[in-house]
Design a protein around this ligand. Structure first.
Ligand code: NI
Length: 166
């Protein structure tokens, strides 16, 4: 397994739209393992392949406290949603930044698991928010896109300055 580098906002590569996975191969098994390791080490509760500069529709999520409930989702699609809720979000690609984002309160997501079997996941609360946040990444969208341009520009300046200092 390997720790992967995570792209940081405002890196343009985070704006790439990921392609669907046609055939799940050994490379994807390795990718999922590396993504889980990278997410746990960060530490974070979700990671999309886009964030590690792989532009395929693959995400991993684990919102459990003891990191024992990993979800690996390939080609995830929200097939229904309901309700509205606002939650404070952060992102491994937008370090040290948090903002309230309004999203659906519950979602049903269909996806392929790592064996290629079709699955359906009904989620609400934090898991629903996390799924929507990660699926957004696959579309080149970030949580800071939901806040005002003024705030987003302020975050961009802060992170560009930080990245220059590193
Ligand atoms: Ni994120």
């Amino acid at each position: 397994m390997a720790l992967l580098d995570i792209l940081c906002f405002p890196d343009d590569r985070l704006r790439t739209r990921a392609k669907p996975v046609k055939t799940i191969t050994a490379r994807h098994q390795q990718l999922l393992d590396d993504m889980l390791e990278t997410m746990y080490a960060a530490p974070g509760i979700g990671l999309a392949a886009t964030q590690i500069n792989v532009h395929e529709q693959v995400i991993v999520i684990d919102i459990s406290e003891d990191k024992t409930e990993p979800y690996c989702l390939i080609n995830p699609v929200v097939i229904s949603h309901s309700g509205i809720e606002t939650m404070e979000e952060g992102c491994l690609s937008v370090p040290d930044t948090y903002a309230e984002v309004e999203r659906a309160d519950s979602v049903v997501v269909k996806y392929l698991d790592r064996k290629g079997a079709e699955q359906k996941l009904e989620a609400d609360g934090l898991l629903a928010v996390c799924l929507q946040h990660e699926i957004d990444h696959l579309k080149g969208k970030l949580f800071v896109d939901y806040i005002s341009k003024l705030k987003r520009d302020r975050i961009r300046k802060k992170l560009v300055k930080q990245q220059r200092q590193m």
